[in-house]
Design a protein around this ligand. Structure first.
Ligand SMILES: [Zn+2]
Length: 322
């Protein structure tokens, strides 16, 4: 064969090889493109996408975090599927061989905890902790709701995921000591983002994992929550001796994340309440709220979600009048 044909043929096989590698890499590592980010001496997290679950993000959409202690690893909100959990373990293994012994879940929404399965498969003795209501609600149907929702939104990409519900029941202010690190659980005794919320303070690192009680540059969903409760939880969190905040969605930062998010909720709730006190019709309320929220209009999900948020706020105002 002519030398030129050989070159073309080789070039063709080489590009095929590259293409197959790219596909393989994509399939095995759902976290590709999201960097492991160190926020304190022992604490890392992976800033996930701010969008809702879809085929492109394969359901990955939260901020999985982990703490490397002297002898162990603690994982907080591991993510939405078996695939995310396995990829997170790979990331952890790049930094340490310590066994992963403790997992904490912030609330019942499956994008934060359906990856638990990977950690039980890796270490059958792993302890998984959550708010007692989270465990109860997951058992009473919420686990299935989230498994089905992830399947639907990702068109079946999460099909291998089996709900692995936590077994360790947390108490408010409970301190779990793991080697040289203390995890302090802050459980809301009111409805905030949900009625299953736990926030976790990594005491020695002055880090707070808020779960979905705080978002950064992303609008929240209050369908299962309470504006007033969530604002109260933000006030409480602002008093904690922490310097770094890892929100449920959006990038980490300082305590300004808590005050910004409280302000976001406050503008919606208080504007809605004032408008209702002035006897405005529901359709007249949204423009009043939008007018005040210019600062937040670029937040992911804001434009699509603000109408519903005002609706939920209006129901809460109405309920509080009885
Ligand atoms: Zn949530």
């Amino acid at each position: 064969m002519h030398r030129q044909y050989w070159a073309i043929l080789l070039g063709f096989f080489y590009s095929m090889l590259l293409a197959s590698c790219a596909v393989a890499k994509d399939e095995t590592d759902i976290l590709t493109g999201y960097e492991t980010t160190k926020v304190a001496a022992h604490t890392w997290y992976i800033p996930g996408p701010r969008e809702t679950p879809n085929v492109k993000n394969k359901g990955f959409m939260n901020n999985p975090a982990f703490v490397i202690t002297d002898k162990s690893v603690i994982v907080l909100d591991p993510g939405s599927s078996l695939m995310v959990g396995k990829a997170l373990i790979k990331r952890i293994r790049k930094l340490t061989k310590n066994p992963i012994t403790h997992v904490f879940n912030s609330h019942v929404h499956g994008d934060h905890w359906l990856a638990n399965q990977a950690f039980v498969e890796e270490n059958k003795d792993v302890k998984i902790y959550a708010h007692p209501n989270m465990i109860e609600e997951a058992k009473n149907g919420e686990a299935k709701v989230w498994i089905d929702m992830m399947m639907d939104r990702t068109k079946g990409i999460t099909k291998d995921t089996v709900a692995t519900i936590p077994t360790e029941v947390l108490k408010d202010q409970q301190e779990i000591k793991v080697d040289n690190i203390t995890i302090k659980a802050h459980l809301a005794n009111i409805k905030a983002h949900t009625d299953t919320d736990a926030m976790f303070e990594i005491v020695e690192d002055k880090v707070l994992i808020t779960g979905d009680n705080a978002f950064n540059k992303r609008a929240t969903r209050m369908d299962d929550g309470s504006f007033v409760g969530n604002m109260k939880v933000m006030d409480d969190a602002l008093k904690l001796p922490v310097e770094v905040v890892i929100p449920g969605h959006g990038a980490s930062g300082g305590k300004e994340i808590l005050s910004n998010f409280k302000h976001f909720l406050e503008l919606i709730y208080n504007t809605t309440k004032t408008a209702m006190d002035d006897d405005l019709e529901v359709y007249e309320i949204k423009p009043k709220v939008v007018e005040k929220m210019a600062k937040y209009q670029d937040w992911t999900g804001y434009k699509a979600g603000i109408g519903k948020l005002v609706g939920v706020a209006a129901l809460e105002v109405e309920a509080s009048d009885f």
